[in-house]
Design a binder for this molecule. Structure first.
Ligand code: PLP
Ligand code: COI
Length: 342
């Protein structure tokens, strides 16, 4: 197989066409067997519930090429389970875990030439999404759905890659409410975040830190990623909140942090604590680990990397995580799954 022709080490996090996507239809109470297609567009009824009432959810995961050429996924079962939670929360029929995993394998197999070569730092981003396609005009769940997965080769989400970035606390915009849908991956949360993220970017920040919507006291998330920080006495601190997305990357970092001798703490994190941390970072599938250089809050600034370099714990966590994801280090946890060749 000849690889597609890209400048792999310099890819940004952008959409690029690949060969095929896979789509399934839910009708009369069950899913069909799915079809692979090279069509990049979707025929959609103008009254589809995804268009009017936001019946949409998605996932984000990555495939990597190992040194030996095998293609692997990182904890795809966790993405399958999170998609089920997202579907259930906005009354869409869940995609069974086995169907999800098989669909991911099928679509990756069809696009193997787009899996970035090992060692380039790029990966194949996998975007499963589910939409209500049935026509309704009243506010109710659709009677038909489409589950689709496309893939696209990507580089780092934040322009800086593994270089520290500056964030600003946004207090005047809530991305999600405590009893809302912030803990699942529905499109509306991202639409709601644009009015915070874009002005921050225009001011030179990479993204925003959100506070909890109820009390405006605790850290929720940073952009489309979870927040974590390291304390002087070697604790790995990450927010607990009903309105943040449970990150699979963060869950994995907690395991790795423990192994490094850091004590994990998942609890509400008051915003004033940013001045006590020694290191801080964002984590997620797209963000991987992106170290935080500084957080601006009102007229104060917490600075973590005065010398522009990531802290040693961020470096170690990043190296451990990416080595497991790309197959460079053994995976003692059973996180990495090989995509069987079709
Ligand atoms: N938080 C938000 C809002 C996200 O969109 C994501 C991305 O998926 C994450 C956190 C990180 O989650 P994960 O590590 O599972 O990709
Ligand atoms: C991911 O990290 O996979 C995400 O879904 C974040 C995305 C909004 C870029």
């Amino acid at each position: 197989m000849t690889k597609a022709n890209f400048d792999w080490p310099n890819l940004d996090f952008g959409y690029r066409d690949t060969d095929r996507n896979i789509r399934f239809t839910w009708r009369d109470g069950s899913w069909d067997d799915g079809v692979l297609t090279d069509d990049k567009t979707i025929p959609l009824h103008m009254a589809a519930t995804c268009l009017h009432y936001g019946q949409e959810c998605f996932e984000g995961m990555k495939a990597y090429e190992k040194k030996d050429g095998q293609v692997v996924l990182f904890r795809p079962d966790e993405n399958a389970r999170r998609l089920i939670r997202s579907c259930e929360k906005i009354l869409m029929p869940p995609v069974p875990e086995a169907m999800f995993l098989d669909a991911v394998n099928r679509v990756v197999n069809e696009n193997r030439r787009f899996v970035p070569p090992h060692g380039t730092g790029a990966s194949l981003y996998i975007r499963p999404l589910m939409i209500g396609t049935g026509a309704e005009v009243g506010v109710k769940p659709a009677s038909e759905y489409m589950f689709l997965i496309f893939v696209t080769p990507v580089g780092p989400y934040f322009k800086t890659g593994f270089k520290p970035m500056d964030l600003i606390v946004e207090e005047n915009v809530d991305r999600a409410a405590p009893l809302g849908v912030g803990d699942v991956k529905v499109g509306g949360n991202y639409a709601a975040s644009l009015r915070a993220g874009m002005p921050a970017k225009a001011k030179g920040y990479a993204d925003v830190v959100y506070l909890d919507a109820k009390e405006k006291k605790y850290i929720d998330e940073c952009g489309p990623a979870n927040f974590f920080a390291i304390t002087k006495d070697n604790r790995y601190v990450t927010p607990q909140s009903p309105s943040i997305l449970p990150s699979i990357t963060n869950m994995s970092l907690i395991t790795l942090a423990e192994e490094m001798g850091l004590r994990p703490e998942r609890r509400p994190v008051p915003i004033e604590e940013i001045f006590e941390f020694t290191e801080a970072g964002c984590c997620g599938t797209a963000a991987v680990i992106t170290p935080i250089a500084s957080i601006t809050w009102h007229d104060r600034k917490a600075v973590y990397c005065a010398d522009g370099k990531p802290g040693k714990n961020c470096v170690e966590l990043y190296n451990k995580l990416t080595a497991i994801q790309t197959g460079d280090q053994p995976d003692p946890y059973g996180w990495v799954k090989t995509v069987p060749e079709a």
